[in-house]
Design a protein around this ligand. Structure first.
Ligand SMILES: C[S@@+](CC[C@H](N)C(=O)[O-])C[C@H]1O[C@@H](n2cnc3c(N)ncnc32)[C@H](O)[C@@H]1O
Length: 204
């Protein structure tokens, strides 16, 4: 066993219990190794404002707010049932006052957001990341950090793994998304080959 494989996120027992419950129900949520990387990045950055795309049932949102005690979270989810479950999750952690939840399509909602954020966690539909580009860049403050999950999508993006033609759109859009950030001189980027691949982009 490598040390790097044995790292577990340093989160409260309540978050671990919720994570197990979610996993058992087959609800999508961030992988433990990705959650660890996310919370590490947040601990260094200590943002006051966080935007999340893809709330699901509120696991990553709660973990982020419990890590950044002074932060507020704006989070977007299109599935009504998940949106309602997330509401209960935030309430159960006593975080409701720090959360603004939006129900609807992220592409439609971010277009109308007009405040900038210190940190953006992008964890919604992978095929849409490229569509969000200009709004993500507009909504990130200078010195802000974008943390995007699933950017290497099952190794299809640059791992040389063959993919089915139905994933063509995701692969094409994700490559365009990564290429744009990597070549943008206003950003310092890294891609972690962990979990499903993580882009961390710092806006100068
Ligand atoms: C991987 S899950 C998010 C997991 C969550 N961040 C966590 O770790 O607990 C992705 C979520 O994005 C939502 N989603 C997908 N497409 C969306 C869209 N266009 N607008 C808003 N939410 C979307 C899905 O319903 C799903 O709940």
């Amino acid at each position: 066993m490598k040390f790097s494989d044995s790292i577990e996120p340093n989160v409260s027992p309540e978050i671990i219990a919720l994570s197990k419950k979610i996993k058992a129900q087959g609800i999508p949520t961030v992988l433990p190794i990705t959650l660890n990387e996310l919370l590490l990045t947040l601990s260094i950055k200590q943002p006051l404002s966080i935007l999340e795309i893809g709330t699901a049932v509120g696991l990553s949102g709660s973990a982020m707010l419990l890590t950044c005690k002074n932060a507020h979270l704006t989070t977007i989810e299109k599935d009504e049932d998940s949106f309602n479950q997330a509401k209960n999750t935030f309430e159960s952690f006593g975080l409701s006052d720090k959360v603004k939840q939006f129900l609807g399509d992220a592409g439609d909602i971010i277009r109308f957001l007009d405040t900038q954020y210190d940190f953006i966690f992008l964890d919604g539909a992978k095929a849409r990341y490229f569509d969000y580009l200009s709004d993500l860049k507009r909504l990130l403050k200078p010195n802000g950090v974008l943390f995007a999950d699933n950017v290497l999508f099952r190794g299809y993006i640059d791992g040389g793994i063959k993919f089915n033609h139905r994933d063509n759109t995701i692969v094409r859009n994700m490559r365009a998304f990564l290429s744009d950030f990597i070549n943008d001189k206003n950003y310092i980027c890294t891609i972690h080959e962990k979990g499903d691949g993580i882009l961390v982009a710092y806006k100068k």
